[in-house]
Design a protein around this ligand. Structure first.
Ligand SMILES: [Mn+2]
Length: 335
């Protein structure tokens, strides 16, 4: 990571009122990153005013927070959410670089955000031109497996010690964003070993991360598998299906049962979401990059990683799906 620009940004922020936020339906990575960045800024500049805003928090994240609180009873986590958002001078958006996935507090204008802002994220997206986005200060590191790792590197660079409860949060963020280390790389494990000290028991972390069984998710997965369409491309198998929610869970399960690529969509009368997944080996063998493919689609906002990407759109669903399938097909037949 290059800290030259971040240094300049930091000095800009010293006397500003800063708001940190993340995507809607906050997951553990978004949540941990926001908390850690606030902790960093408050430790670095004693007098800086930093606020957090979470539009809505996923059940899984809430469940983890309540378990973490039982370990650290004095931990203040969801303090002044939804308050004091007036006269914010600088906005930092974490764990997404797509404004469509962000819900901002009412005091900040959503269309053409009316204050300067930056993204800090680990999802691939070509540079975009957004009003008030200070593009040169965006930090997009798509070889990192989570945004929490980016903030962790920032803390390390400025020699800010990270307390144990925050280390639990970062570890949980990395664990969930890598699908239990399935999408991890060597660097991920280096960071994990720095974070896991004698005071953190890995098995205890796993207990905190245990999911409550979710009935509607089970139904979505079963229905998604019933509606499966098998598409052969070269020697690869693409699975296509649709559900009303849990598209990413269904897409991941499809890889587990044998598909090389999975495409799962959910559609209402006004909009749609297309979630795609691909096995690592198919990406490295064929150069398939789902994030790039989806970010190139004009009808909708898409992006992500080589093996996991999604797109949100409102118009031309059929042609969008066809274009995605065609582009995947073309890549798989190009070897
Ligand atoms: Mn993330």
């Amino acid at each position: 990571m290059n800290f030259k620009k971040f240094n300049v940004l930091l000095s800009e922020l010293s006397n500003k009122k800063v708001l940190i936020t993340t995507h809607d339906q906050v997951d553990l990575d978004g949540f941990a990153s926001c908390l850690l960045l606030k902790y960093f800024l408050k430790t670095y500049y004693k007098n800086i005013e930093v606020h957090l805003f979470f539009s809505s928090i996923s059940n899984f994240t809430l469940n983890f927070i309540s378990k973490l609180k039982s370990l650290f009873s004095d931990m203040v986590i969801l303090e002044e959410n939804n308050k004091k958002y007036y006269n914010i001078e600088f906005l930092i958006i974490l764990d997404t670089n797509n404004l469509n996935q962000v819900v901002l507090p009412e005091s900040i204008k959503k269309v053409d955000v009316n204050i300067p802002f930056i993204f800090i994220d680990h999802h691939f997206k070509p540079n975009h031109d957004l009003v008030n986005n200070l593009v040169e200060y965006n930090i997009i590191v798509d070889e990192f497996t989570s945004t929490a790792e980016i903030i962790f590197e920032i803390c390390k660079h400025y020699q800010i010690l990270i307390p144990i409860n925050f280390r639990y949060l970062i570890l949980a963020a990395i664990y969930t964003d890598t699908g239990g280390f399935k999408y991890a790389n060597n660097q991920t494990f280096h960071k994990i070993s720095e974070l896991l000290d004698d005071d953190i028991d890995y098995q205890e972390l796993l207990t905190l991360l245990q999911k409550e069984s979710d009935y509607s998710k089970k139904i979505a997965i079963i229905k998604g598998l019933q509606r499966l369409e098998i598409i052969k491309s070269h020697d690869w198998l693409i699975g296509l299906s649709h559900v009303s929610s849990y598209t990413s869970s269904v897409a991941s399960i499809m890889l587990q049962i044998g598909f090389d690529v999975s495409i799962v969509y959910s559609k209402t009368s006004s909009n749609y979401r297309i979630t795609t997944r691909a096995k690592k080996e198919i990406c490295s063998q064929t150069g398939l990059h789902l994030g790039k493919i989806l970010s190139e689609i004009k009808e909708g906002e898409g992006g992500g990683h080589d093996g996991a990407a999604s797109l949100n759109g409102e118009n031309s669903f059929d042609s969008t799906l066809n274009i995605i399938l065609e582009k995947i097909n073309k890549t798989l037949n190009n070897i």
